[in-house]
Design a protein around this ligand. Structure first.
Ligand SMILES: Nc1nc2c(ncn2[C@@H]2O[C@H](COP(=O)(O)OP(=O)(O)OP(=O)(O)O)[C@@H](O)[C@H]2O)c(=O)[nH]1
Ligand SMILES: [Mg+2]
Length: 303
C-alpha cells in the first residue's frame, strides 16, 4: 500500500460541527467549539497521522448569510481553503436539515456553484445523526444531498459520539494522493501555542455569554512572561470589544463573567501547556475594529 498525504478542506454551514469533527479525529482540541454561529474564525489545521497516511484537515469558518462586521472575512477564509484541498469534505447538520428540508437547497447553492469548477474528490458528512430519531428520517436528506452533489458520497456521522467517523476517515484516506508525510508523527496542528491560548479564552467567552454575545469579540495575547516565576508562565490577554457598551457585558455584574471565563480558560491553558499557568484578562474597547484593516490582519482574519 502506498503512503498517502494531502489536505482535506472542511466546508459547510456554520454550526454543522466541523471543529468538533477535527478535534475528534486528531484526538485533541485544536479548534474551539461552541453552540453559537461563527465560532471558527481562521483556517485551522488538525493533523492525523496513521500507518497509511498523513491527513491535514483544514477546519474553516462556517458559511453563513450575514454580511456585516467580520462576516465577509470569515467567508473569504473558508473559500480560500478550497484551492489548497486535495479532497473537499462538506459538512452538514442532519438535525437542522431533517427539521427544515428547504435549507438543503439554500445551504448548498453557493457550494454547488463553487465546486462545479473544482476537480478534486468531494465527500459529504451528514453530522449530528445522534440527534435524529427514527433513523429513517435521514434517508430523504441523504438523497437530497446526493442530488445536489452527484459526485459526492454521503456519510452519516456523529462527531460527538464518533459514530461513522472511522469509515469517513477511511474514505477520505483512499482519495488522497500518494506522498510522504510532511509533519512529525506527534504534530497535531500547525497553530502556534499563543493562538491556541487566545482561542481558549475566546471559546470560554462564547460559552459564558448567552444570547447577548457581542459579535466583535477578539482576543490577543499581550504578554507571555516565562522569566518572573520559572515554571509558572504569566500570560496576559486582552479581550477586544467593538462597542463601549459591550465591555460591561463581557465583565459581567461584579466582574463575575470575566472571573468565570478566566478560571475556565486557565484550566484549559494548563492542559495545553502541561503545567500551571497564571492568566490575566483585560477588556479593551477598540471601536468598530472589524473595519480596521491593520488590526484585522494582525488577528489573521480573512486569510
Ligand atoms: N449532538 C451533536 N452535537 C454536535 C455534533 N457535532 C457538533 N455538535 C455541536 O454543535 C455545535 C457546533 O459545533 P462546532 O464544531 O463548533 O461547529 P462548526 O461547524 O465548527 O461551527 P463554526 O465554527 O461556527 O462554523 C456545538 O455545540 C457542538 O457540541 C454531533 O455530532 N452531535
Ligand atoms: Mg468551527
Amino acid at each position: 500500500m502506498p503512503h498517502r498525504f494531502g489536505h482535506v478542506a472542511l466546508i459547510g454551514p456554520t454550526n454543522a460541527g466541523k471543529s468538533t469533527f477535527v478535534n475528534r479525529v486528531v484526538g485533541q482540541k485544536v479548534s474551539i467549539v461552541s453552540p453559537k454561529p461563527q465560532t471558527t474564525r481562521n483556517r485551522i489545521t488538525g493533523i492525523l497521522t496513521t500507518d497509511e497516511a498523513q491527513i491535514v484537515f483544514l477546519d474553516t469558518p462556517g458559511l453563513h448569510r450575514q454580511t456585516r462586521g467580520i462576516s465577509p472575512l470569515l467567508l473569504r477564509s473558508a473559500w480560500n481553503a478550497l484551492p489548497m484541498a486535495d479532497v473537499v469534505l462538506l459538512f452538514f447538520d442532519a438535525k437542522a436539515l431533517v427539521q427544515k428540508p428547504h435549507l438543503i437547497e439554500t445551504e448548498t447553492r453557493t457550494l454547488v456553484k463553487a465546486l462545479s469548477e473544482n476537480p478534486v474528490p468531494i465527500l459529504a458528512a451528514l453530522n449530528k445523526v445522534d440527534q435524529v430519531r427514527p433513523k429513517e428520517l435521514l434517508l430523504p436528506v441523504i438523497q437530497a444531498l446526493a442530488a445536489q452533489f452527484p459526485q459526492a458520497e454521503v456519510f452519516p456521522v456523529s462527531a460527538l459520539t464518533g459514530q461513522g467517523v472511522d469509515e469517513l476517515v477511511a474514505a477520505v484516506t483512499r482519495r488522497l494522493p500518494e506522498g510522504p508525510a510532511m509533519y512529525a508523527e506527534d504534530e497535531i496542528t500547525t497553530a502556534p501555542m499563543r493562538f491556541l491560548v487566545a482561542e481558549a479564552v475566546r471559546e470560554k467567552l462564547f460559552l459564558a455569554l448567552g444570547q447577548e454575545l457581542p459579535y466583535g469579540l477578539a482576543v490577543e495575547i499581550e504578554s507571555w512572561d516565562e522569566l518572573t516565576s520559572p515554571g509558572l508562565p504569566r500570560i496576559s490577554a486582552v479581550i477586544y470589544v467593538a462597542k463601549q457598551n459591550h465591555k460591561g457585558i463581557v465583565i459581567g455584574k461584579g466582574g463575575e463573567v470575566l472571573k468565570k471565563v478566566g478560571s475556565e480558560a486557565r484550566a484549559e491553558i494548563e492542559e495545553l501547556l502541561g503545567g500551571r499557568a497564571h492568566l490575566e484578562l483585560w477588556v479593551k474597547v477598540k471601536p468598530d475594529w472589524p473595519g480596521d484593516k491593520g488590526f484585522v490582519r494582525e488577528m489573521g482574519l480573512g486569510e
